[in-house]
Design a protein around this ligand. Structure first.
Ligand code: FES
Length: 72
């Protein structure tokens, strides 16, 4: 089992799974995010998403940047 976490510059943290891997993502309220069968999950790290904890592309709208981690 290899789970790869890849932060995208000015974007989400991408979780990449290999065939046969499974992933559970739990919200603060204890409910689970449905990611069954998904091989790539984009987790929001900008805080602007309307689909917490998943990225919905809102980082583009707010021109998200993390100057300590994102390269120019
Ligand atoms: S990182 Fe994409 S919506 Fe937050």
């Amino acid at each position: 089992m290899t789970v790869r976490l890849c932060p995208r510059p000015r974007g989400p943290l991408v979780v990449e799974l290999e065939e046969g891997d499974s992933l559970e993502i739990q919200r603060l309220d204890g409910s689970l995010v449905d990611v069954a069968g998904v091989r790539k999950v984009r987790l929001c790290r900008c805080g602007a998403t309307g689909r917490v904890p998943l990225c919905d592309g809102s980082h583009n709208r707010i021109a998200f940047s993390d100057p300590e981690r994102d390269e120019a």
